[in-house]
Design a protein. Sequence first.
Length: 328
Amino acid sequence: MGLRPNLLTRRTAGVASTTLALLLSTAAVGVVPAASAFSAAPGEVCVEPADVHSDARMKPGGGAKHEPNELTLAETREREADLAAALRERGRFRAGAGASTMAATVTIPVVVHVIQENSTRAGGNIPDSMINSQISVLNQSFSGATGGASTAFSFQLQKINRVTNPSWYPIVQGSSAERSMKTSLRTGGKNTLNIYLGELSDSLLGWATFPTRRLNSMDGVVVLSESLPGGTATNYNQGDTGTHEVGHWLNLYHTFQGGCSGSGDSVSDTAAEASPASGCPTGRDTCTAPGVDPITNFMDYSYDSCMYQFTAGQASRMLTAWNAYRAA
């Protein structure tokens, strides 16, 4: 669409070799702090909610009644308060251990679970080449090679696990079958990204869990297998659903979170947006606040051909959350 020239060429050419080393504090650039009324008192340990909120990406006009576990204002306040409390908790732990530094660059181990109905491509049996291409897209997107800000994160594929189980196919968000699948298959610690691929219910392209202080077996990312590079999901087959969902896994909200009011997506350098973008509506401006809608941001709902960037504020927020929740 003319918004990111030569992007496909850059994606096939390889991954940028440099990574921005971000210096962290609880007042990291681009992170809007939680209001003090929602923060735990010093020395007080917040109780983690029993549910694990997830977020989703869906096709325009999809069949789902609403996005899975769509966050309310109260839920975002709860999450922001928990992030602040987790940072304080981590700070006390590091001080007690005599360590004051936080991770500035991170290589994330990735385990991919391919959920199949049978051994055919139509039954979910996508080739390894598509998975390898998806990892390449993640590395390019998070390195800034596609035109956005460089983040601290890179991704290293550890294993492809193929599972033929018709009772898990398609993957239904929030179902007992999804819980059974993840409980049976998830591997690694909080720093390990588990990606589940398959056919999905309700026209969803994917969903992800946000990070929590205690590891939950539901932790991970679910992605429509045909949204991987070279897949059959028209307008959504360049791998950006994977990038979008990993953004949630690293604690990013949608760019349209909260609409035009409040703290929005809790990142200061993404313009306010009233609702999800569809297609590639250049110049769209749905809020009176400065800046046009961030339709090229990976955390919007635009076509893959339109998405190409994270912002510096989003990069900072992800690294802050990593050190609060997922760092060893």
